[in-house]
Write a protein that binds this ligand. Structure first.
Ligand code: MRU
Length: 348
């Protein structure tokens, strides 16, 4: 599969995650406005993929600002104009970068990716782009390493072979530049013949599990079943789950983890049933500036994601919705948080 997010001929090219699983197609984003819109309607989503998209977005803004700067610099008092333009278009590019970073608030990777690219702005657009491209390469390397380490953690906590795993949301190739985090663990274990099956939470309300994770597992030939999110605790009670594997959108300094809504209930159920609960993420998802998960900004999305289904109204006229996109799982409920730098075991 091509990279989820890439730079092709001066534009950002993404796999359109809204069209899947019906259609596998790409979208070309040529402006910051197009990128912000794609991020907000989840055409590109998943914390590591958002980091990459954010960095490439700064490159888009930097090249656009550079073109405007050159045009206006063609006047008599060249030096003064250059100074004015430099300050002016740098400010404009920074404003555009802020717009990208704020497109979604919870996954720290987005603001992190934007800032890393922005740190190279003083060297010009080519340097910004080079940094963003390096981040794309890094993303796959880091996620492969984190998920390989997490596979060992899973094997050390679970005696049964082959394994029956449960996952929430989409943490695969599509949520990263390539490979995946929690689903990356499934790829590693499947390569070794160690996966019996995967239970895939459909992940209400936007169905990243049944639309995207199921699509990736189907392509990879990994046996799986989609289940309603509400079935997860019951699957654990029946002894059908050896380990729960999830990704993260932001990990606070104390090990609390923000991830897709429903993760917290999964962790409670897993703790109750003695099922290991493993979080896998690149270090770019760790936010040491926040002491605990209580400080993490949780994105609230529109009513219609719950009051409508496939554009058909399913709730009464005037129904209000509670629609947080993420929740926070306290560190005490987590068996291990695994990044490419190592394993943290908050529970013990
Ligand atoms: O709203 P989304 O689809 O962007 O939410 C994504 C998740 O919650 C993922 O689990 C998380 O970003 C980790 S992806 C490797």
């Amino acid at each position: 599969m091509r990279r989820t997010v890439d730079w092709v001929d001066g534009a950002i090219v993404i796999i359109d995650q809204v069209a899947l699983p019906g259609e596998y197609r790409t979208l070309t984003l040529r402006t910051v406005t197009e990128l912000v819109e794609a991020i907000q309607r989840l055409a590109v989503r998943g914390a590591p993929a958002l980091g990459a998209a954010g960095a490439l977005g700064v490159a888009l803004a930097a090249y656009a600002g550079d073109v405007r700067g050159e045009r206006t610099a063609d006047v008599r008092n060249r030096q003064a104009a250059d100074a004015r333009n430099d300050a002016g278009h740098t400010t404009d590019i920074r404003k555009e970068a802020r717009r990208i970073a704020r497109a979604r608030p919870t996954a720290v990777n987005l603001a992190w990716g934007v800032q890393r690219a922005l740190d190279h702005l003083h060297q010009g657009p080519a340097a910004v782009l080079a940094e963003a491209k390096a981040m794309l390469d890094e993303d796959e390397r880091r996620n492969r390493a984190a998920s390989e380490a997490a596979a060992e953690v899973v094997l050390s906590h679970c005696g049964r072979r082959p394994l029956r795993l449960l996952t929430h949301c989409n943490t695969g190739h599509l949520a990263t530049v390539a490979w995946g985090t929690a689903l990356g663990v499934v790829w590693h274990l499947h390569e070794r013949g160690l996966v019996e099956s995967v239970l895939v939470d459909e992940t209400r309300p936007l169905l990243q599990g049944s639309r995207l994770t199921a699509w990736e597992l189907e392509r990879a030939g990994v046996p799986y079943r989609v289940q309603a999110d509400g079935a997860a605790a019951s699957a654990m009670a029946r002894g059908l789950v050896d380990c729960v594997l999830v990704g993260a959108d932001r990990i606070a300094a104390n090990g609390d983890v923000a991830n897709k809504i429903g993760t917290y209930s999964l962790a409670i159920a897993a703790a109750y049933h003695g099922v290991p609960f493993v979080v896998v993420a690149p270090t770019s998802t760790v936010d040491e500036s926040l002491a605990t998960g209580a400080d993490i900004a949780i994105e609230e999305r529109s009513n219609s994601e719950l009051t409508e289904f496939a554009a058909t109204q399913i709730a009464p006229d005037g129904a209000h919705a509670f629609n947080p996109a993420f929740d926070v799982t306290p560190a005490q409920l987590i068996t291990a948080v695994v990044t490419e730098d190592g394993v943290r075991t908050p529970k013990s």
